[in-house]
Design a binder for this molecule. Structure first.
Ligand code: PLP
Length: 336
């Protein structure tokens, strides 16, 4: 199968499997796993934070971040389409008693800071206490500008809020912005990073922040059942993902741009190739035949996400040739 559904579908490389097989391990709940400890130390340094925590998933890292910043009865401001609002089972509310205050995302993925200001609750016992602004970069494949993120930092400082970044794809953002990842992370109190998306690890994410923040998150990770024992087996692949993954993300972006241009040449599809910034491509079927297109492609051994719009994601396990096969199959679908 050629799988364009997500960058989460990548298989570990031979080098990762070898590192996993030979990883030195210990009981990480006792803090004894040298491979986890080394990944966390390396990640903290690489992303410019005091400390890092290895987590099972990006969802878990975001949950721990929100619960470490906010207590019961507090709230976090986030985008209406933020992953940690829409796609994480309402975990912050369910498990943390932290109320989300979603705000419509602007077309570029940002949250208008005037709208965020208007959403901050007054100091009045009728209201939840607004503690945190959570942004996402990249969001739907779009990159938040450095200038915007600097303004968001100043906004949070002015209003006594903490600032969290769901940086599941932060390295895609740094590659596209042409800057080191620390030029982004420096604006945030905490950042979550997925190792298991474009970076290619089979499992795992990281949460970064101050040592005190990571101590709180470590306690909460145990509480939600995320204390893993010989997790070095996973961290070994994560280490390779963190060091080598970012070096090849530009290929995914180039492939996504190539795919966008190819899709734009198919008259039955509606796509603005200029809107493809990183590794995620969206296109609308003008006649609304997305489910039929998905089924047709499935028969040809190609997987896509047939929402409205249809989503295609490039990653290390799809090549230029795979994209040519996809484009030809879509053309055939519309000819048939
Ligand atoms: C932006 C973003 N944040 C967080 C996550 C959650 O990651 P996980 O699937 O590892 O829980 C995802 C997963 O797709 C994501 O796209």
């Amino acid at each position: 199968m050629i799988d364009f559904r997500s960058d989460t579908v990548t298989r570990p490389t031979a080098e990762m499997r070898e590192a996993m097989a030979s990883a030195e391990v210990g009981d990480d709940v006792y803090g004894d796993d040298p491979t986890v400890n080394s990944l966390q130390a390396h990640a903290a340094e690489r992303l410019g934070f005091e400390a890092a925590l290895f987590t099972a998933t990006g969802t878990q890292a975001n949950l721990l971040a929100i619960m470490s910043h906010c207590g019961r009865g507090d709230e976090y401001l986030c985008g209406q389409s933020a992953h940690n609002y829409r796609y994480e089972g309402g975990g912050a509310a369910v498990l943390g008693s932290v109320q989300p205050q979603p705000i419509d995302n602007e077309p570029d993925g940002s949250i208008d800071l005037d709208k965020a200001r208007a959403a901050i609750k007054a100091n009045d016992f009728h209201f939840a206490i607004t503690r945190l602004l959570s942004l996402e970069n990249t969001i739907g494949g779009k990159v938040l500008s450095l200038d915007y993120q600097q303004q968001a930092r100043a906004f949070c400082d002015d209003h006594g809020l903490q600032l969290h970044l769901d940086g599941a794809r932060i390295f895609n953002a740094s590659v596209k912005s042409g800057c080191d990842v620390t030029e982004i992370t420096k604006y945030y109190d905490s950042v979550s990073v997925c190792l298991s998306k474009g970076l290619g690890a089979p499992v795992g994410s990281l949460l970064l922040g101050t040592s005190a923040f990571i101590d709180r998150a470590t306690r909460l990770r145990k509480m939600v059942g995320g204390g893993m024992r010989q997790a070095g087996i996973l961290a070994a692949a994560g280490q390779i993902a963190l060091t080598q993954g970012p070096l090849r993300l530009h290929e995914d972006h180039e492939n996504a741009a190539y795919l966008s241009a190819g899709l734009a040449a198919i008259p039955q599809l509606d796509i603005n190739p200029a809107s493809t910034q990183t590794n995620i491509v969206y296109a609308r079927c003008r006649a609304g035949q997305a489910p039929q297109l998905r089924d047709y492609l499935l028969n040809q051994g190609i997987l896509i996400t047939a929402g409205d719009p249809v989503r295609f994601v490039t990653h290390q396990d799809v090549s230029r040739q795979d994209i040519d096969v996809l484009l030809e199959c879509i053309r055939q679908f519309y000819r048939s």
